[in-house]
Design a protein around this ligand. Structure first.
Ligand code: ZN
Length: 636
Protein backbone atom coordinates (compact mmCIF):
# COMPACT_ATOMS: atom_id res chain seq x y z
CA UNK A 1 0.00 0.00 0.00
CA UNK A 2 2.88 2.29 0.80
CA UNK A 3 4.60 3.61 -2.23
CA UNK A 4 6.85 6.30 -0.73
CA UNK A 5 9.45 5.94 1.99
CA UNK A 6 9.43 8.32 4.93
CA UNK A 7 12.35 10.28 3.42
CA UNK A 8 10.45 10.75 0.19
CA UNK A 9 7.36 11.80 2.10
CA UNK A 10 9.40 14.37 4.00
CA UNK A 11 10.74 15.76 0.71
CA UNK A 12 7.21 16.09 -0.67
CA UNK A 13 5.91 17.79 2.48
CA UNK A 14 8.84 20.23 2.61
CA UNK A 15 8.43 21.12 -1.05
CA UNK A 16 4.68 21.79 -0.73
CA UNK A 17 4.84 23.86 2.44
CA UNK A 18 6.18 27.45 2.25
CA UNK A 19 9.93 27.97 2.74
CA UNK A 20 9.54 29.50 6.20
CA UNK A 21 7.78 26.36 7.50
CA UNK A 22 11.17 25.21 8.73
CA UNK A 23 10.27 21.53 9.04
CA UNK A 24 12.52 19.89 11.64
CA UNK A 25 11.27 16.32 11.56
CA UNK A 26 8.75 14.05 9.85
CA UNK A 27 7.68 10.80 11.49
CA UNK A 28 5.00 8.13 11.45
CA UNK A 29 2.79 8.30 14.49
CA UNK A 30 0.24 5.51 14.44
CA UNK A 31 -1.71 5.85 11.21
CA UNK A 32 -0.64 9.47 10.63
CA UNK A 33 2.38 11.28 9.25
CA UNK A 34 3.45 14.09 11.55
CA UNK A 35 5.61 17.00 10.44
CA UNK A 36 7.15 19.27 13.07
CA UNK A 37 7.57 22.94 12.24
CA UNK A 38 9.50 25.72 13.93
CA UNK A 39 6.93 28.18 12.64
CA UNK A 40 3.60 27.50 14.42
CA UNK A 41 1.66 29.85 12.13
CA UNK A 42 1.97 27.17 9.44
CA UNK A 43 -0.32 24.91 11.50
CA UNK A 44 -3.40 27.02 10.99
CA UNK A 45 -2.65 28.94 7.84
CA UNK A 46 -2.00 26.20 5.34
CA UNK A 47 -5.01 23.95 5.78
CA UNK A 48 -5.49 23.64 2.01
CA UNK A 49 -1.91 22.52 1.44
CA UNK A 50 -2.21 19.93 4.18
CA UNK A 51 -5.48 18.63 2.72
CA UNK A 52 -3.86 18.39 -0.70
CA UNK A 53 -0.86 16.56 0.76
CA UNK A 54 -3.18 14.13 2.56
CA UNK A 55 -5.01 13.45 -0.67
CA UNK A 56 -1.84 13.00 -2.73
CA UNK A 57 -0.10 10.81 -0.18
CA UNK A 58 -3.34 9.11 0.90
CA UNK A 59 -2.35 9.51 4.52
CA UNK A 60 -3.42 11.62 7.47
CA UNK A 61 -1.00 14.54 7.67
CA UNK A 62 -0.61 16.46 10.92
CA UNK A 63 1.51 19.55 11.35
CA UNK A 64 2.76 20.24 14.88
CA UNK A 65 5.06 22.70 16.58
CA UNK A 66 8.65 21.71 17.11
CA UNK A 67 9.46 21.35 20.81
CA UNK A 68 11.74 24.41 20.68
CA UNK A 69 8.85 26.77 19.94
CA UNK A 70 6.39 25.44 22.54
CA UNK A 71 5.72 28.00 25.27
CA UNK A 72 5.81 26.68 28.84
CA UNK A 73 2.32 25.39 29.88
CA UNK A 74 1.92 27.82 32.83
CA UNK A 75 2.65 30.76 30.57
CA UNK A 76 0.40 29.33 27.88
CA UNK A 77 -2.54 29.27 30.30
CA UNK A 78 -1.99 32.98 31.01
CA UNK A 79 -1.73 33.71 27.29
CA UNK A 80 -4.95 31.82 26.54
CA UNK A 81 -6.80 33.86 29.16
CA UNK A 82 -5.33 37.02 27.65
CA UNK A 83 -6.34 36.13 24.10
CA UNK A 84 -9.80 34.59 24.67
CA UNK A 85 -12.59 37.02 25.69
CA UNK A 86 -13.93 36.43 29.19
CA UNK A 87 -17.42 35.79 27.83
CA UNK A 88 -16.23 32.42 26.52
CA UNK A 89 -16.32 31.15 30.12
CA UNK A 90 -13.38 28.76 30.00
CA UNK A 91 -13.90 25.95 32.50
CA UNK A 92 -10.77 23.90 31.94
CA UNK A 93 -7.41 23.97 30.17
CA UNK A 94 -5.05 21.02 29.89
CA UNK A 95 -2.17 19.94 27.69
CA UNK A 96 -1.81 16.83 25.59
CA UNK A 97 1.94 16.54 25.25
CA UNK A 98 1.67 13.74 22.68
CA UNK A 99 -0.40 15.74 20.21
CA UNK A 100 0.98 19.11 21.38
CA UNK A 101 -2.53 20.39 21.78
CA UNK A 102 -3.89 22.69 24.44
CA UNK A 103 -7.38 21.39 25.17
CA UNK A 104 -9.64 24.30 26.08
CA UNK A 105 -13.09 23.56 27.44
CA UNK A 106 -15.48 26.49 27.47
CA UNK A 107 -19.16 27.18 27.89
CA UNK A 108 -19.13 29.24 24.68
CA UNK A 109 -16.62 27.46 22.44
CA UNK A 110 -17.45 29.77 19.53
CA UNK A 111 -15.69 32.61 21.34
CA UNK A 112 -12.51 30.55 21.75
CA UNK A 113 -12.53 29.86 18.02
CA UNK A 114 -13.26 33.49 17.16
CA UNK A 115 -14.43 34.97 13.90
CA UNK A 116 -13.19 32.74 11.05
CA UNK A 117 -10.93 31.05 13.59
CA UNK A 118 -9.00 34.23 14.39
CA UNK A 119 -8.81 33.68 18.15
CA UNK A 120 -7.64 30.09 17.95
CA UNK A 121 -5.06 31.05 15.30
CA UNK A 122 -3.79 33.65 17.69
CA UNK A 123 -3.31 31.00 20.37
CA UNK A 124 -1.13 28.82 18.11
CA UNK A 125 0.89 31.78 16.92
CA UNK A 126 1.63 32.93 20.45
CA UNK A 127 2.12 29.61 22.24
CA UNK A 128 2.96 26.92 19.68
CA UNK A 129 0.20 24.73 21.14
CA UNK A 130 -2.64 23.88 18.77
CA UNK A 131 -5.94 24.57 20.51
CA UNK A 132 -8.51 21.79 20.64
CA UNK A 133 -11.73 23.41 21.68
CA UNK A 134 -14.48 21.57 23.52
CA UNK A 135 -17.88 22.58 24.85
CA UNK A 136 -18.26 22.29 28.64
CA UNK A 137 -20.62 19.36 29.13
CA UNK A 138 -23.74 20.35 31.10
CA UNK A 139 -23.43 17.26 33.31
CA UNK A 140 -19.96 16.32 34.48
CA UNK A 141 -18.93 12.74 33.83
CA UNK A 142 -16.78 10.78 36.22
CA UNK A 143 -15.77 8.32 33.50
CA UNK A 144 -14.59 10.99 31.07
CA UNK A 145 -12.53 12.37 33.95
CA UNK A 146 -11.02 8.92 34.55
CA UNK A 147 -10.24 8.37 30.86
CA UNK A 148 -8.52 11.71 30.63
CA UNK A 149 -6.54 10.97 33.79
CA UNK A 150 -5.25 7.71 32.28
CA UNK A 151 -4.29 9.43 29.02
CA UNK A 152 -2.57 12.29 30.84
CA UNK A 153 -0.52 10.02 33.07
CA UNK A 154 0.70 7.84 30.24
CA UNK A 155 1.82 10.25 27.57
CA UNK A 156 5.27 8.70 27.16
CA UNK A 157 3.86 5.22 26.77
CA UNK A 158 1.20 6.44 24.35
CA UNK A 159 3.80 8.16 22.23
CA UNK A 160 5.91 5.00 22.16
CA UNK A 161 2.90 2.92 21.16
CA UNK A 162 2.06 5.31 18.33
CA UNK A 163 5.64 5.42 17.01
CA UNK A 164 5.92 1.61 16.99
CA UNK A 165 2.53 1.32 15.41
CA UNK A 166 3.49 3.88 12.76
CA UNK A 167 6.47 1.73 11.76
CA UNK A 168 4.35 -1.40 11.62
CA UNK A 169 1.48 0.05 9.62
CA UNK A 170 3.67 1.69 7.06
CA UNK A 171 5.91 -1.23 6.22
CA UNK A 172 5.36 -2.76 2.84
CA UNK A 173 3.05 -5.76 2.88
CA UNK A 174 5.34 -8.80 2.51
CA UNK A 175 2.89 -11.02 0.64
CA UNK A 176 0.63 -10.47 -2.36
CA UNK A 177 -2.94 -9.75 -1.28
CA UNK A 178 -4.70 -12.63 -2.93
CA UNK A 179 -7.03 -13.82 -0.20
CA UNK A 180 -9.00 -12.72 2.87
CA UNK A 181 -10.94 -14.78 5.35
CA UNK A 182 -13.10 -14.35 8.41
CA UNK A 183 -13.17 -16.76 11.36
CA UNK A 184 -16.23 -16.70 13.64
CA UNK A 185 -15.12 -16.76 17.27
CA UNK A 186 -18.37 -15.77 18.95
CA UNK A 187 -21.79 -14.28 18.30
CA UNK A 188 -22.61 -16.42 15.26
CA UNK A 189 -26.02 -18.13 15.42
CA UNK A 190 -26.29 -16.63 18.88
CA UNK A 191 -26.53 -13.25 20.60
CA UNK A 192 -23.62 -12.44 22.90
CA UNK A 193 -19.77 -12.66 22.91
CA UNK A 194 -19.47 -11.21 19.38
CA UNK A 195 -15.99 -11.64 17.97
CA UNK A 196 -14.38 -12.51 14.64
CA UNK A 197 -10.94 -12.55 13.16
CA UNK A 198 -10.21 -11.00 9.78
CA UNK A 199 -7.05 -12.42 8.20
CA UNK A 200 -5.24 -11.38 5.07
CA UNK A 201 -1.76 -12.47 3.94
CA UNK A 202 -0.41 -9.40 5.76
CA UNK A 203 -2.78 -8.70 8.68
CA UNK A 204 -4.82 -10.09 11.54
CA UNK A 205 -7.59 -7.87 12.84
CA UNK A 206 -10.11 -8.68 15.55
CA UNK A 207 -13.63 -7.31 15.02
CA UNK A 208 -15.34 -6.98 18.42
CA UNK A 209 -14.46 -8.99 21.50
CA UNK A 210 -17.56 -9.42 23.65
CA UNK A 211 -18.90 -11.48 26.51
CA UNK A 212 -22.26 -13.13 26.94
CA UNK A 213 -23.42 -11.73 30.28
CA UNK A 214 -26.45 -14.03 30.38
CA UNK A 215 -24.37 -17.23 29.97
CA UNK A 216 -24.54 -19.62 32.89
CA UNK A 217 -20.87 -20.68 32.70
CA UNK A 218 -17.59 -19.24 31.46
CA UNK A 219 -17.38 -21.77 28.63
CA UNK A 220 -20.26 -20.09 26.84
CA UNK A 221 -19.59 -16.59 28.13
CA UNK A 222 -16.34 -15.83 26.30
CA UNK A 223 -15.37 -15.98 22.62
CA UNK A 224 -13.27 -18.87 21.25
CA UNK A 225 -9.89 -17.16 21.41
CA UNK A 226 -8.30 -20.62 21.35
CA UNK A 227 -8.91 -21.22 17.63
CA UNK A 228 -5.65 -22.13 15.86
CA UNK A 229 -5.87 -19.05 13.60
CA UNK A 230 -5.73 -16.69 16.54
CA UNK A 231 -2.75 -15.69 18.61
CA UNK A 232 -2.64 -12.58 20.75
CA UNK A 233 1.01 -11.87 19.81
CA UNK A 234 0.24 -11.72 16.09
CA UNK A 235 -2.77 -9.45 16.38
CA UNK A 236 -2.41 -6.13 14.50
CA UNK A 237 -5.54 -4.30 15.63
CA UNK A 238 -8.86 -4.55 17.42
CA UNK A 239 -11.93 -2.72 16.13
CA UNK A 240 -14.87 -2.21 18.49
CA UNK A 241 -18.25 -1.52 16.89
CA UNK A 242 -19.97 -0.20 20.02
CA UNK A 243 -19.88 -0.16 23.80
CA UNK A 244 -22.35 -2.93 24.69
CA UNK A 245 -20.60 -5.67 26.64
CA UNK A 246 -21.52 -8.38 24.14
CA UNK A 247 -19.19 -6.51 21.75
CA UNK A 248 -16.41 -5.21 24.00
CA UNK A 249 -16.65 -6.93 27.38
CA UNK A 250 -13.69 -9.25 26.76
CA UNK A 251 -11.25 -6.60 25.51
CA UNK A 252 -9.43 -6.23 28.89
CA UNK A 253 -8.59 -9.95 28.73
CA UNK A 254 -6.50 -9.33 25.60
CA UNK A 255 -4.35 -6.86 27.54
CA UNK A 256 -4.05 -9.26 30.46
CA UNK A 257 -2.60 -11.85 28.11
CA UNK A 258 -0.03 -9.74 26.37
CA UNK A 259 -1.74 -7.75 23.63
CA UNK A 260 -0.18 -4.32 23.40
CA UNK A 261 -1.65 -3.05 20.14
CA UNK A 262 -4.35 -0.52 19.34
CA UNK A 263 -8.12 -0.53 19.65
CA UNK A 264 -10.01 1.54 17.09
CA UNK A 265 -13.44 2.97 17.93
CA UNK A 266 -15.27 6.28 18.25
CA UNK A 267 -14.76 8.55 21.27
CA UNK A 268 -18.22 7.84 22.79
CA UNK A 269 -17.56 4.11 22.38
CA UNK A 270 -14.29 4.43 24.31
CA UNK A 271 -16.00 6.30 27.16
CA UNK A 272 -19.15 4.15 27.35
CA UNK A 273 -17.07 0.98 26.98
CA UNK A 274 -14.97 2.01 29.99
CA UNK A 275 -18.13 2.65 32.03
CA UNK A 276 -19.63 -0.74 31.20
CA UNK A 277 -16.39 -2.72 31.60
CA UNK A 278 -15.70 -1.26 35.03
CA UNK A 279 -19.28 -1.92 36.09
CA UNK A 280 -19.02 -5.49 34.82
CA UNK A 281 -15.90 -6.07 36.94
CA UNK A 282 -17.62 -4.56 40.03
CA UNK A 283 -20.72 -6.72 39.65
CA UNK A 284 -18.65 -9.88 39.08
CA UNK A 285 -16.66 -9.13 42.23
CA UNK A 286 -19.79 -8.48 44.28
CA UNK A 287 -21.29 -11.74 43.09
CA UNK A 288 -18.06 -13.53 43.90
CA UNK A 289 -17.64 -14.68 40.32
CA UNK A 290 -14.44 -12.84 39.37
CA UNK A 291 -13.56 -12.24 35.72
CA UNK A 292 -10.23 -13.28 34.19
CA UNK A 293 -9.05 -9.63 34.16
CA UNK A 294 -9.29 -6.55 36.35
CA UNK A 295 -9.47 -2.74 36.38
CA UNK A 296 -5.78 -2.43 35.45
CA UNK A 297 -6.49 -4.07 32.10
CA UNK A 298 -9.36 -1.67 31.43
CA UNK A 299 -6.85 1.15 31.94
CA UNK A 300 -4.47 -0.47 29.51
CA UNK A 301 -7.27 -0.65 26.96
CA UNK A 302 -7.96 3.08 27.40
CA UNK A 303 -4.28 3.87 26.89
CA UNK A 304 -4.20 1.86 23.68
CA UNK A 305 -7.39 3.24 22.16
CA UNK A 306 -7.18 5.34 19.03
CA UNK A 307 -10.46 7.16 18.52
CA UNK A 308 -11.80 7.84 15.04
CA UNK A 309 -14.66 10.02 13.89
CA UNK A 310 -17.19 8.74 11.39
CA UNK A 311 -15.78 9.06 7.89
CA UNK A 312 -12.14 9.39 8.94
CA UNK A 313 -10.05 7.08 6.74
CA UNK A 314 -7.20 5.37 8.60
CA UNK A 315 -4.52 2.81 7.78
CA UNK A 316 -4.57 0.17 10.50
CA UNK A 317 -2.13 -2.36 9.00
CA UNK A 318 0.05 -2.61 5.89
CA UNK A 319 -2.94 -3.71 3.81
CA UNK A 320 -6.12 -2.61 5.62
CA UNK A 321 -7.65 0.84 5.67
CA UNK A 322 -10.52 1.40 8.09
CA UNK A 323 -13.41 3.88 8.02
CA UNK A 324 -16.18 3.96 10.64
CA UNK A 325 -19.75 4.94 9.73
CA UNK A 326 -22.84 5.67 11.81
CA UNK A 327 -24.79 2.52 12.80
CA UNK A 328 -27.72 4.23 14.57
CA UNK A 329 -27.72 1.68 17.42
CA UNK A 330 -26.32 3.56 20.45
CA UNK A 331 -24.18 6.67 20.87
CA UNK A 332 -20.95 6.22 18.90
CA UNK A 333 -21.96 2.86 17.42
CA UNK A 334 -20.20 2.21 14.14
CA UNK A 335 -20.20 0.12 11.02
CA UNK A 336 -16.63 -0.75 10.02
CA UNK A 337 -15.65 -0.47 6.37
CA UNK A 338 -12.36 -2.22 5.62
CA UNK A 339 -10.57 -1.54 2.39
CA UNK A 340 -8.22 -4.47 1.92
CA UNK A 341 -5.06 -4.59 -0.20
CA UNK A 342 -5.50 -1.33 -2.08
CA UNK A 343 -9.12 -2.12 -2.87
CA UNK A 344 -8.73 -5.76 -3.88
CA UNK A 345 -11.59 -6.46 -1.49
CA UNK A 346 -13.93 -4.37 0.67
CA UNK A 347 -15.61 -5.71 3.78
CA UNK A 348 -18.34 -4.05 5.84
CA UNK A 349 -19.14 -5.28 9.35
CA UNK A 350 -22.39 -3.68 10.48
CA UNK A 351 -22.18 -4.43 14.20
CA UNK A 352 -25.59 -3.84 15.81
CA UNK A 353 -27.55 -1.31 13.81
CA UNK A 354 -30.85 0.48 13.52
CA UNK A 355 -32.12 1.40 10.08
CA UNK A 356 -34.67 3.92 11.31
CA UNK A 357 -34.36 7.40 12.72
CA UNK A 358 -34.68 7.30 16.50
CA UNK A 359 -34.97 10.16 18.97
CA UNK A 360 -31.28 9.90 19.71
CA UNK A 361 -29.62 8.95 16.45
CA UNK A 362 -29.68 9.11 12.69
CA UNK A 363 -30.41 5.85 10.82
CA UNK A 364 -27.49 3.60 9.81
CA UNK A 365 -25.41 4.45 6.74
CA UNK A 366 -26.18 2.49 3.57
CA UNK A 367 -23.59 4.03 1.25
CA UNK A 368 -20.02 2.83 1.06
CA UNK A 369 -17.37 3.57 -1.55
CA UNK A 370 -17.25 -0.17 -2.29
CA UNK A 371 -18.33 -3.35 -0.53
CA UNK A 372 -18.03 -6.88 -1.80
CA UNK A 373 -18.82 -8.61 1.50
CA UNK A 374 -21.15 -7.49 4.28
CA UNK A 375 -21.36 -9.16 7.69
CA UNK A 376 -24.69 -8.12 9.21
CA UNK A 377 -26.55 -8.65 12.45
CA UNK A 378 -29.85 -10.55 12.48
CA UNK A 379 -31.17 -10.06 16.05
CA UNK A 380 -34.72 -9.53 14.75
CA UNK A 381 -34.17 -11.30 11.43
CA UNK A 382 -37.02 -13.80 11.78
CA UNK A 383 -40.08 -13.25 9.58
CA UNK A 384 -42.28 -12.89 12.67
CA UNK A 385 -40.12 -10.06 14.03
CA UNK A 386 -42.52 -7.27 13.27
CA UNK A 387 -42.50 -4.50 15.81
CA UNK A 388 -44.81 -1.57 16.27
CA UNK A 389 -43.54 1.71 14.89
CA UNK A 390 -41.58 4.00 17.16
CA UNK A 391 -44.51 6.38 17.15
CA UNK A 392 -47.14 3.89 18.30
CA UNK A 393 -44.73 2.52 20.93
CA UNK A 394 -44.36 6.03 22.34
CA UNK A 395 -48.12 6.56 22.39
CA UNK A 396 -48.75 3.29 24.18
CA UNK A 397 -46.06 4.09 26.71
CA UNK A 398 -47.56 7.49 27.45
CA UNK A 399 -51.07 6.05 27.80
CA UNK A 400 -49.80 3.54 30.36
CA UNK A 401 -47.87 6.18 32.30
CA UNK A 402 -50.79 8.60 32.17
CA UNK A 403 -53.18 6.07 33.73
CA UNK A 404 -50.72 5.02 36.43
CA UNK A 405 -49.96 8.57 37.51
CA UNK A 406 -53.67 9.46 37.54
CA UNK A 407 -54.39 6.71 40.03
CA UNK A 408 -51.48 7.88 42.17
CA UNK A 409 -49.18 5.01 41.28
CA UNK A 410 -45.51 4.81 40.45
CA UNK A 411 -44.04 3.65 37.14
CA UNK A 412 -40.90 1.50 37.17
CA UNK A 413 -38.99 1.04 33.93
CA UNK A 414 -36.08 -1.42 34.20
CA UNK A 415 -33.75 -0.35 31.41
CA UNK A 416 -30.22 -0.75 30.02
CA UNK A 417 -28.04 2.15 31.11
CA UNK A 418 -26.78 2.99 27.65
CA UNK A 419 -29.06 3.85 24.76
CA UNK A 420 -32.62 2.98 25.61
CA UNK A 421 -32.58 4.94 28.87
CA UNK A 422 -31.57 8.14 27.06
CA UNK A 423 -34.09 7.46 24.29
CA UNK A 424 -36.84 7.25 26.92
CA UNK A 425 -35.59 10.39 28.68
CA UNK A 426 -35.98 12.38 25.47
CA UNK A 427 -39.51 11.05 24.94
CA UNK A 428 -40.60 11.60 28.55
CA UNK A 429 -39.20 15.12 28.60
CA UNK A 430 -41.13 16.06 25.48
CA UNK A 431 -44.47 14.60 26.58
CA UNK A 432 -44.19 16.15 30.02
CA UNK A 433 -43.16 19.54 28.66
CA UNK A 434 -46.24 19.51 26.42
CA UNK A 435 -48.46 18.60 29.38
CA UNK A 436 -49.46 15.23 27.94
CA UNK A 437 -48.58 13.46 31.15
CA UNK A 438 -48.68 14.90 34.65
CA UNK A 439 -45.58 16.65 35.84
CA UNK A 440 -44.01 14.27 38.34
CA UNK A 441 -40.38 13.66 39.20
CA UNK A 442 -38.52 11.28 36.89
CA UNK A 443 -35.89 9.47 38.93
CA UNK A 444 -32.74 8.44 37.11
CA UNK A 445 -30.87 5.82 39.06
CA UNK A 446 -27.20 4.97 39.19
CA UNK A 447 -25.32 4.24 36.05
CA UNK A 448 -27.97 5.70 33.76
CA UNK A 449 -26.99 9.14 35.02
CA UNK A 450 -23.33 8.62 34.19
CA UNK A 451 -24.20 7.25 30.72
CA UNK A 452 -26.39 10.32 30.17
CA UNK A 453 -23.50 12.59 31.18
CA UNK A 454 -21.40 10.95 28.45
CA UNK A 455 -24.22 11.62 25.95
CA UNK A 456 -24.22 15.30 26.88
CA UNK A 457 -20.44 15.49 26.47
CA UNK A 458 -20.55 14.17 22.89
CA UNK A 459 -23.56 15.93 21.36
CA UNK A 460 -22.03 15.84 17.88
CA UNK A 461 -22.91 12.12 17.75
CA UNK A 462 -26.63 12.74 18.44
CA UNK A 463 -29.40 13.05 15.84
CA UNK A 464 -29.76 16.25 13.88
CA UNK A 465 -33.03 17.04 15.69
CA UNK A 466 -31.41 16.79 19.08
CA UNK A 467 -28.37 18.78 17.99
CA UNK A 468 -30.68 21.52 16.70
CA UNK A 469 -32.52 21.57 20.01
CA UNK A 470 -29.29 21.71 21.99
CA UNK A 471 -27.25 24.11 19.88
CA UNK A 472 -29.83 26.37 18.25
CA UNK A 473 -32.80 26.34 20.57
CA UNK A 474 -30.73 26.22 23.74
CA UNK A 475 -32.84 23.37 25.07
CA UNK A 476 -31.02 20.26 26.19
CA UNK A 477 -33.64 17.66 27.20
CA UNK A 478 -31.11 15.71 29.30
CA UNK A 479 -30.60 18.57 31.74
CA UNK A 480 -34.30 19.29 32.29
CA UNK A 481 -35.10 19.63 35.98
CA UNK A 482 -37.76 16.95 35.59
CA UNK A 483 -34.92 14.46 35.98
CA UNK A 484 -33.68 13.72 39.50
CA UNK A 485 -30.47 11.85 40.12
CA UNK A 486 -30.70 9.02 42.67
CA UNK A 487 -27.47 7.96 44.32
CA UNK A 488 -28.06 5.91 47.43
CA UNK A 489 -30.29 3.52 49.32
CA UNK A 490 -31.84 6.22 51.54
CA UNK A 491 -32.94 8.26 48.55
CA UNK A 492 -34.48 5.15 47.00
CA UNK A 493 -36.35 4.39 50.19
CA UNK A 494 -37.67 7.96 50.35
CA UNK A 495 -38.92 7.71 46.77
CA UNK A 496 -40.86 4.47 47.27
CA UNK A 497 -42.23 5.52 50.64
CA UNK A 498 -43.46 8.89 49.42
CA UNK A 499 -47.18 8.83 48.55
CA UNK A 500 -46.50 10.96 45.44
CA UNK A 501 -46.59 9.40 41.96
CA UNK A 502 -43.29 9.18 40.11
CA UNK A 503 -41.47 7.60 37.18
CA UNK A 504 -38.32 5.59 37.90
CA UNK A 505 -35.71 4.52 35.33
CA UNK A 506 -33.24 2.03 36.75
CA UNK A 507 -30.80 -0.72 35.72
CA UNK A 508 -30.64 -3.61 35.15
CA UNK A 509 -32.96 -3.93 32.20
CA UNK A 510 -33.89 -7.58 32.80
CA UNK A 511 -34.19 -7.39 36.62
CA UNK A 512 -31.07 -9.52 36.84
CA UNK A 513 -29.51 -7.42 39.60
CA UNK A 514 -28.91 -3.77 40.32
CA UNK A 515 -31.39 -1.34 41.78
CA UNK A 516 -34.29 -2.14 39.46
CA UNK A 517 -34.75 -5.34 41.51
CA UNK A 518 -34.82 -3.33 44.77
CA UNK A 519 -37.48 -1.00 43.38
CA UNK A 520 -39.39 -3.99 42.09
CA UNK A 521 -39.51 -5.59 45.54
CA UNK A 522 -40.74 -2.34 47.07
CA UNK A 523 -43.38 -1.61 44.44
CA UNK A 524 -44.64 -4.98 43.20
CA UNK A 525 -47.27 -5.66 45.85
CA UNK A 526 -49.26 -2.47 45.21
CA UNK A 527 -51.77 -2.64 42.36
CA UNK A 528 -51.57 1.12 41.76
CA UNK A 529 -48.02 0.76 40.39
CA UNK A 530 -46.94 -0.29 36.91
CA UNK A 531 -43.83 -2.00 35.60
CA UNK A 532 -43.00 -1.36 31.95
CA UNK A 533 -40.59 -3.59 30.02
CA UNK A 534 -39.08 -1.86 27.00
CA UNK A 535 -36.30 -4.32 26.21
CA UNK A 536 -35.63 -7.97 25.57
CA UNK A 537 -36.03 -10.27 28.63
CA UNK A 538 -33.81 -13.30 28.30
CA UNK A 539 -34.90 -16.78 29.35
CA UNK A 540 -34.10 -17.43 32.99
CA UNK A 541 -34.11 -13.78 34.07
CA UNK A 542 -36.45 -12.44 36.75
CA UNK A 543 -37.75 -10.05 34.11
CA UNK A 544 -38.88 -12.95 31.93
CA UNK A 545 -40.76 -14.59 34.82
CA UNK A 546 -42.53 -11.35 35.69
CA UNK A 547 -43.32 -10.75 32.03
CA UNK A 548 -44.85 -14.21 31.74
CA UNK A 549 -47.26 -13.28 34.52
CA UNK A 550 -45.95 -15.17 37.54
CA UNK A 551 -48.02 -14.04 40.52
CA UNK A 552 -45.87 -15.35 43.36
CA UNK A 553 -42.13 -14.93 43.16
CA UNK A 554 -39.69 -15.97 45.89
CA UNK A 555 -36.81 -13.49 46.21
CA UNK A 556 -34.03 -12.78 48.64
CA UNK A 557 -34.97 -9.88 50.90
CA UNK A 558 -32.69 -8.65 53.68
CA UNK A 559 -30.85 -11.97 53.58
CA UNK A 560 -34.04 -14.04 53.88
CA UNK A 561 -36.20 -15.71 51.23
CA UNK A 562 -39.55 -14.05 50.91
CA UNK A 563 -42.43 -14.72 48.53
CA UNK A 564 -43.63 -11.57 46.79
CA UNK A 565 -47.22 -11.37 45.60
CA UNK A 566 -47.15 -9.50 42.34
CA UNK A 567 -50.06 -7.08 42.17
CA UNK A 568 -48.57 -4.22 40.16
CA UNK A 569 -49.58 -3.92 36.49
CA UNK A 570 -47.08 -5.48 34.09
CA UNK A 571 -46.76 -4.09 30.61
CA UNK A 572 -44.40 -4.88 27.73
CA UNK A 573 -43.91 -2.25 25.08
CA UNK A 574 -42.00 -3.24 21.96
CA UNK A 575 -40.73 -0.79 19.41
CA UNK A 576 -38.05 1.03 21.43
CA UNK A 577 -35.35 -1.37 20.33
CA UNK A 578 -31.96 -0.15 19.14
CA UNK A 579 -31.98 -2.96 16.57
CA UNK A 580 -33.61 -2.99 13.16
CA UNK A 581 -36.71 -5.14 12.91
CA UNK A 582 -37.12 -7.70 10.13
CA UNK A 583 -38.53 -5.20 7.63
CA UNK A 584 -35.77 -2.68 8.36
CA UNK A 585 -33.08 -5.37 7.95
CA UNK A 586 -34.50 -6.33 4.55
CA UNK A 587 -34.86 -2.67 3.55
CA UNK A 588 -31.32 -2.04 4.62
CA UNK A 589 -29.97 -4.71 2.27
CA UNK A 590 -32.15 -3.34 -0.52
CA UNK A 591 -30.74 0.16 -0.04
CA UNK A 592 -27.12 -0.92 0.33
CA UNK A 593 -25.09 0.96 -2.21
CA UNK A 594 -23.19 -0.63 -3.84
CA UNK A 595 -24.88 -4.02 -3.67
CA UNK A 596 -22.53 -6.61 -2.10
CA UNK A 597 -21.69 -10.00 -3.65
CA UNK A 598 -21.86 -11.86 -0.35
CA UNK A 599 -23.71 -11.34 2.94
CA UNK A 600 -22.88 -13.24 6.13
CA UNK A 601 -25.45 -13.09 8.93
CA UNK A 602 -24.45 -13.04 12.59
CA UNK A 603 -25.75 -11.86 16.00
CA UNK A 604 -29.07 -13.72 15.99
CA UNK A 605 -30.66 -16.93 17.23
CA UNK A 606 -29.92 -19.77 14.74
CA UNK A 607 -33.35 -19.70 13.15
CA UNK A 608 -33.34 -15.90 12.72
CA UNK A 609 -29.82 -15.75 11.26
CA UNK A 610 -30.76 -18.46 8.74
CA UNK A 611 -34.19 -17.05 7.95
CA UNK A 612 -32.79 -13.60 7.22
CA UNK A 613 -30.01 -15.04 5.05
CA UNK A 614 -32.41 -17.13 2.97
CA UNK A 615 -34.87 -14.26 2.51
CA UNK A 616 -32.07 -11.93 1.42
CA UNK A 617 -30.92 -14.55 -1.07
CA UNK A 618 -34.42 -15.10 -2.42
CA UNK A 619 -35.40 -11.44 -2.65
CA UNK A 620 -32.18 -9.85 -3.85
CA UNK A 621 -30.20 -12.71 -5.47
CA UNK A 622 -27.21 -12.02 -3.25
CA UNK A 623 -25.13 -14.96 -2.03
CA UNK A 624 -25.53 -15.48 1.69
CA UNK A 625 -23.95 -17.61 4.38
CA UNK A 626 -24.75 -18.13 8.03
CA UNK A 627 -21.56 -19.27 9.73
CA UNK A 628 -21.54 -21.08 13.06
CA UNK A 629 -18.95 -20.24 15.73
CA UNK A 630 -15.56 -21.73 14.73
CA UNK A 631 -16.32 -21.60 10.99
CA UNK A 632 -13.94 -19.81 8.66
CA UNK A 633 -15.26 -18.22 5.50
CA UNK A 634 -13.07 -17.16 2.64
CA UNK A 635 -14.37 -13.80 1.43
CA UNK A 636 -11.88 -13.19 -1.31
ZN1 ZN B 1 -25.59 -3.60 21.02
Amino acid sequence: MTSESLDEIKKIIVSELPKDANVSKVEYEGPAVVAYTKNPQIITEHGDTVRKLAKDLRKRIIIRSDKSVLVDPEKTIDKVHEIVPEGAEITDIYFDTVTREVVITAKKPGLVIGKYGATSRNIVKNTGWAPKILRTPPISSEIIGKVRHVLKNNTKERKKLLLNLGQKIHQMGKHPNDWARVTSMGGFKEVGRSSMLLQTPNSRVLLDCGVNVAASDNKNAFPYLNVPEFSIEDLDAVIISHAHLDHCGFVPYLYHYGYDGPIYCTTPTRDLMTLLQLDHIDIAQREDNPLPFNRKHVQQAIKNTITLDYGEVTDISPDIRLTLHNAGHILGSAMSHMHIGDGVHNLVYTGDFKYERSRLLEPATTRFPRSETVIMESTYGGREDVQPSRNSAEKEMMKTIYKTLKRGGKVLVPVFAVGRAQELMVVLEEYMRHGMIDEVPIYIDGMIWEATAIHTARPEYLSKDLRDQIFHMGRNPFISDMFKKVQNHDQRKDIVESPEPAIILSTSGMLTGGNSVEYFKWLCEDEKNTLIFVGYQSEGSLGRRVQKGWKEIPLEDDGKKKVFNIKMQIKTINGFSGHSNRRQLMDYVKRLNPRPDLILTCHGDPYKAVDLASSVHRSYKIDTKTPTNLDSVRIQ
